[in-house]
Structure formats: C-alpha cells, structure tokens
Ligand binder design. Structure first.
Ligand code: SF4
Length: 126
C-alpha cells in the first residue's frame, strides 16, 4: 500500500454523463478532500464531485390529460432534483392532471414536491 492509497478513505465509480464520451470516473474521499480520476476535462471533475457528494437527477414522466381517457402528456423537472427526492417528485407528478391545450415549457407546478424546482411540459398537445 503506497502513501497515496493509504490516504484514500472512501471511493465510488461513475460514468460521466456530461458529454457522449462517457469517461469512467473514480471519486475518492481523501484526507485532502475529494479526488476525481479518469476525467478528461473539468466538467467531468465537477460531475464526479456532485455525483459523489449530492447526486441529482432530472425527472421525466407523464401527467394525465383531463377528459382524454388514457392520454398522457410528457413532463420533466426544469432542472435536476436531489436523487433522494425522486420518489416524492414522481408521487407528486402522479397526482397532477392537466387541461389542453398544453405547450412545451408550460409550468404545471412551481415547486414540485418541495424541491424548489418547476415541473414543465415537454410536448405540445391541442
Ligand atoms: S470527463 Fe469531460 S470528456 Fe469525459 S465524459 Fe465527462 S465531460 Fe466528457
């Protein structure tokens, strides 16, 4: 065991999704702070740090359309939400229905599941 590995305390591996290259990242907690390896650029370092310490996800789903039977409208969160809150966000989305017409970018909820993030429509429906 070399001195460098002795200082590593906890680590995890991720695939960077910040661009299509998909670099394999290894993030380690060291005595000096987080160490990101395997990234080819600064975006990968930022992604690795975020994913290790507070992972976030954009949530995509659908909402029911009023008066249209089984018809649904696709929606997503306007920005990533904490990964741990995804089940709550989905539960809140399942409770929403919307009336046509619906336009891309239309806000259906200002603060979905208390995340502070908007829920927006991702398809035009008339
Ligand atoms: S580290 Fe940089 S080059 Fe590699 S996948 Fe992430 S964004 Fe792309």
């Amino acid at each position: 065991m070399n001195e460098n590995s002795a200082k590593k305390q906890k680590s995890a591996e991720f695939v960077c999704i910040a661009c299509p290259l998909g670099c394999r990242l290894k993030v380690s907690q060291t005595e000096e702070g987080l160490l990101v390896e395997g990234n080819r650029c600064k975006r990968g370092e930022s992604y690795g740090r975020q994913e290790f310490s507070a992972p976030q996800r954009v949530v995509t789903s659908t909402v029911r359309v009023d008066g249209r039977g089984c018809v649904v409208c696709p929606v997503k969160t306007a920005s990533p939400v904490p990964k741990a809150k995804v089940p709550e966000v989905l539960a809140a989305i399942y409770g929403i229905s919307a009336s046509v017409p619906l336009k891309i970018g239309q806000v259906l909820a200002e603060d979905i599941a208390g995340t502070g993030v908007k829920l927006i429509v991702t398809a035009n429906m008339g």
